[in-house]
Structure formats: C-alpha cells, structure tokens
Design a protein around this ligand. Structure first.
Ligand SMILES: [Zn+2]
Length: 429
C-alpha cells in the first residue's frame, strides 16, 4: 500500500549556491502557498494547485517548509556537558568532555544517550548529521541503531584515540581496526547510514593509528572521514610539537591519507593559504562551528577566505562545545562571526550551507538538502515567529530576505512545528 501525504505551505530551498552579499539571489527558490506531495518516503511532486481527493492533506498555509537541516559536526555524548563554564578546548576536554564520554562504555547508557540525542536533533529541525559518538564500539552501535529506527540519514563512526586520553577512553591500533571493520560491515550502506573513519584529532592518535585510519579510507573510497583541525592556538602548537615532520596541522592528516572528498574537518580556524589549497584539491570540507568557536574562545573562522580558495564550507552545531543543537542559532552565530571580520553573511548563504550545500559537500545532493521530486522526504515545517517580538518583526518585514534573515536571527526550535524523515513524522510539537 502506498503511503501518501500532501503538505501545504511556503516552500523555500535552493537551486544553486548563492553569492556573497546578494540578498536578491537567483539561487533561491521560494514557492509560497504550494503543495508538496510525499509518496512512500519520497517527494513525489511540488505544485501550486491542491492535489486530488486521493491525497491525505496537512494544511500548513502561512508556515515555512524547508529541507531538514544537516548538521555536519556534532557529538552525541556531549549533551551532558553542553554549557560548561570556564575553559578553552584542551582544558574543556579534560575537565568536562572526557569524563562524560567515559560513561558510554555502558551499552544501556549508550542506547539511552543515543535515543535522547537523536530525538533532540529532530526536535531542533535537523534530519541528517555527521556525528561523533565515543571511543567505545557500543556507542557507535547504539547511535546507528537509533538512527536506523528513525529512518535518518546519519554518518558516524567509533572515535579513534590511542594516546593522550584518560583510562577508559583509549583504544589501540589492533583493536580499533578490528572494531572499525566490524562496524563498517554492520552499518556502512545499510538503510540510510554511512560509516565515517573518526579520528578525534591528531593529538589523541599515534602516527600508527593515523596510518591505519588512512588505510581504511584507501580501501573503500565510499567511507567518510571526520576529525577536528586547527581549532585552538594551544592545540595547533601541540600538534606542531607532536608532528614536527608535517608542514601544518592539516598536513598531518594529508600525510596519513585522511584528506579526501569525503573528509569532514571541524573548525579549520587557524589555516594558511597552502592548507586552503589542499582542501580545494582534495574536495574536503570545513564544518564551520561558530557557536562552539565563540563559546570556547577558539577564534573567528574566515569563511570568505576558505571559499575564495575553493574549499567547501558547511555549518555545524558542534554540541557540546556549541551551546545549541539549533541550526537557526548556529546560523545567527555564523553571521556574528563574519560580522567581526566586516563580512555580511546573507540568510541565503547560511541556509544553503545548512541544507543543499551540506548535502552536496557530503556527496548526498541527489538525496537530501532540496525540495526536489525524487529526493527523500526529509523536511521541516516552521512557524515564521514564536512570541510577540518576532511576530512584530515579521509583521513589518519587507521583502523575502529581510523576513528570512529576521526568522533565523530571532527564531529557534520553538518555531518548529513538524520534522518529517523519509516521509514519516518523527517530531511533532
Ligand atoms: Zn567537535
């Protein structure tokens, strides 16, 4: 039996990449008061006229319908440390994050933590994500199983870390490789899941472990790679001491075979021109995490320089360094980071990087990120405003960019009405 539903609302997505500073962009596709038809988990059609009587309907007239957000860098076990006071990256890891992650060795806690995390993503309008669980195999199993249950597009992998981490959070090269291979066989390509070889960051892996990670990537080019790079100046100094042979922090990964078209590198604040060229040549993307960068005092990412050099940039919450799973909050922070460098991030650039741009950077542009017939029906219905202040702002907004920019600046998860994943309602306010 086919499963059908037709949604009515104001449809907003992109057909190309918007340019910097352009508020009237031909890349924006706004279809007010349209119907989006979903059949068997896929978008079947988008049309101005109401569908026939054989279509069950949900009328969201006056509401915004967007592709589900794609968060390209987030840590599932870190809901326990979100909003932790008073430290920069390396202290923050030791004081808050590592103790919280150690608890994920327990399969029951890993399962309940994954369920909480995935439900929270959906309650913030994020339907796909690139996720770090912990070093424990069970934490990756729990996360994949939870995502499969919800039909979600999820990219994740057991975290590799065999040094400079406390007891209970270190693996070794042999066991880690066996765990990765087992997890890849079990999850990679199953349902909507994909495996990412997951190096926490260069300081917590020995050269032998980085080489093992590189071998896994070389063996199967459909695997993703996720890690952190050049987030914090003390971290960058430490990497220089640990890897004196490398030209730069990014070069540590390049030398190990970890820089390729499916590499997702969080932060990339302290990069130089040669690094940016290496990003372009490899096709690797930077997962820009503005909330985390501000909260931990890591630095201000130069989005325009990365893009001018031809590197792909996507947006990420980086919870728990970031302080919200909301991609609206993330976009608003990204705007402020660019404003500090006298650049203006349009609503279109920000939204594109959280939807179509992220999908394309992940080689998933054929499946998610746009309201396109044939794509998976991963989408969210939003109110334009929550509360009297935003309502008043919307009432006087002129033009679409002004309205959408005010929406993402003033809005948050209170605006979310429904999240639909693969055609199924997975969150309802
Ligand atoms: Zn992170």
């Amino acid at each position: 039996m086919t499963k059908r539903i037709a949604l009515r609302g104001d449809l907003l997505d992109f057909t190309a990449e918007p340019d910097w500073g352009v508020t009237e962009s031909p890349a924006v596709r706004f279809r007010p008061d349209h119907w989006l038809l979903i059949e068997d988990g896929r978008i079947a059609a988008v049309q101005a006229e109401a569908p026939g009587d054989d279509w069950p309907r949900e009328d969201h007239a006056g509401r915004l319908i967007l592709p589900g957000f794609i968060d390209t860098h987030v840590h599932s076990p870190q809901l326990d440390v979100i909003g932790s006071y008073g430290s920069e990256l390396l202290d923050w890891l030791n004081t808050y994050t590592f103790p919280a992650e150690r608890r994920y060795a327990d399969p029951e806690l890993a399962a309940s933590g994954a369920a909480l995390f995935l439900a929270a993503l959906l309650a913030h309008g994020t339907t796909a994500a690139v996720v770090f669980p912990t070093v424990h195999k069970v934490s990756a199993d729990a996360l994949f199983a939870g995502a499969a249950e919800r039909g979600m597009r999820l990219i994740a992998g057991k975290v590799l870390m065999d040094r400079h981490a406390p007891d209970g959070l270190r693996d070794d090269v042999v066991q880690a490789e066996a765990d990765c291979r087992e997890l890849i066989a079990r999850w990679h390509g199953r349902d909507r899941l994909a495996y990412a070889v997951t190096v926490r960051f260069a300081p917590t892996s020995t050269p032998a472990q980085l080489a093992m990670a590189g071998r896994l990537c070389a063996e199967d080019p459909t695997l993703y790679l996720q890690t952190h790079v050049a987030e914090n100046r003390d971290e960058v100094r430490w990497v220089r001491e640990l890897f004196p042979e490398a030209r730069s922090y990014l070069d540590v990964y390049a030398r190990a075979g970890l820089l390729h078209a499916r590499s997702v590198l969080a932060h990339g604040i302290w990069l130089d021109d040669a690094d940016r060229a290496a990003l372009r040549e490899s096709g690797a993307q930077i997962a820009h995490s503005p909330s985390s960068n501000l909260f931990l005092g890591s630095g201000l990412f130069d989005w325009r320089a990365a893009e001018a050099a031809g590197a792909a940039v996507t947006l990420a919450s980086d919870v728990g360094g970031g302080t919200s799973l909301s991609m609206l909050r993330t976009m608003a922070d990204a705007y402020k980071v660019q404003a500090m460098a006298h650049q203006r991030l349009t609503a279109w650039k920000a939204l594109h990087a959280s939807t179509r741009g992220a999908a394309q950077a992940l080689s998933l542009g054929h499946e998610i990120g746009s309201l396109e017939p044939g794509h998976a029906a991963d989408l969210c219905v939003w109110d334009w405003a929550a509360g009297p202040v935003a309502q008043q702002r919307m009432a006087v907004a002129r033009g679409l960019h002004e309205k959408v920019f005010a929406w993402l600046t003033l809005g948050d998860e209170r605006c979310l009405v429904t999240s639909i994943v693969n055609g199924a309602v997975r969150y309802q306010r």
